[in-house]
Design a protein around this ligand. Structure first.
Ligand SMILES: Cc1cc2nc3c(=O)[nH]c(=O)nc-3n(C[C@H](O)[C@H](O)[C@H](O)COP(=O)(O)O)c2cc1C
Length: 153
């Protein structure tokens, strides 16, 4: 079990990603992890050193970030180095759109570019899937917890 704090960073326009983030937060806290959800993420207020970020974002517009994540991403672009940060990304998207899960893929790439340590590949959740997004995310959680326990950073 990691002793690092987990920060769940939400990008959500209509509430689905926020709901997934809240569900994950409940499970993680029940398991004893120190975990916090940031529904209106402000980069200045979120630690980025020796912590784990779990970015949970949908895609809107034509492959854009949700409104509540726009400023955060702009500020993240200015950040020079995140080499003591470990992270994973969960994307909520819809395969009936051209830019499937583009925001999740873009933030994953941005964090990688800033030398943050990617723990797992992006978990891509499709709104067309018959399973509920939160059920998919919770089913994935044990794999993620194993991965963070092996995180060498
Ligand atoms: C106007 C609009 C634009 C969307 N654009 C995309 C898109 O470009 N790519 C994608 O994968 N999903 C797209 N989606 C699907 C949403 O990402 C998906 O429904 C998601 O579950 C919404 O999560 P949220 O409630 O947290 O915002 C779009 C949805 C709407 C309503």
């Amino acid at each position: 079990m990691t002793d690092k704090n987990i920060h769940i960073i939400v990008g959500s326009q209509m509430g689905s990603s926020e709901y997934v983030a809240d569900q994950l937060n409940d499970v993680l806290q029940n398991k004893g992890y120190i975990c916090q959800v940031h529904e209106q993420p402000d980069l200045i207020q979120i630690p980025s050193s020796n912590v784990i970020w779990l970015v949970c974002t949908s895609t809107h517009g034509a492959g854009d970030f949700p409104d509540n994540l726009q400023e955060f991403i702009k500020n993240l672009n200015q950040h020079t180095n995140l080499n003591s940060l470990s992270y994973s990304v969960i994307g909520l998207g819809d395969t009936s759109y051209d830019n499937y899960n583009k925001a999740a893929k873009d933030v994953d790439l941005l964090l990688k570019t800033k030398q943050a340590n990617q723990i797992t590949q992006v978990l891509e959740i499709d709104a067309m899937d018959e399973n509920l997004p939160e059920d998919i995310a919770i089913a994935w959680l044990p794999t993620w917890l194993t991965a963070i326990s092996e995180d060498k950073l």
